[in-house]
Ligand binder design. Sequence first.
Ligand SMILES: [Zn+2]
Length: 94
Amino acid sequence: MAADCIFCRNGDNTLQKNEAAYAVLSWSPATPGHFLAVPFDHAESFAQLSGRNLSFLFSLIESTYDVLFERLKSEDDFLAKCYEDLFENPPLHH
Ligand SMILES: [Zn+2]
């Protein structure tokens, strides 16, 4: 964790996390349910992440997609609630 890193200061809007990454809805979504998967490691490029952490990152993307997809199907107001929470508790960098 680095004090000057906007991703380390995300706040409480995490959808899911695992040992190496967390997922959060995009603050300015390109499409409903657009989320970011953010590795905890600080790397300048994707290629700098270890194979282990890449594996955790892809696993998180898959599980977050599954959770969002299921909740979108079963809860009509799921995204509205998520974005309401996000706007009430914005990430610290906005
Ligand atoms: Zn960080």
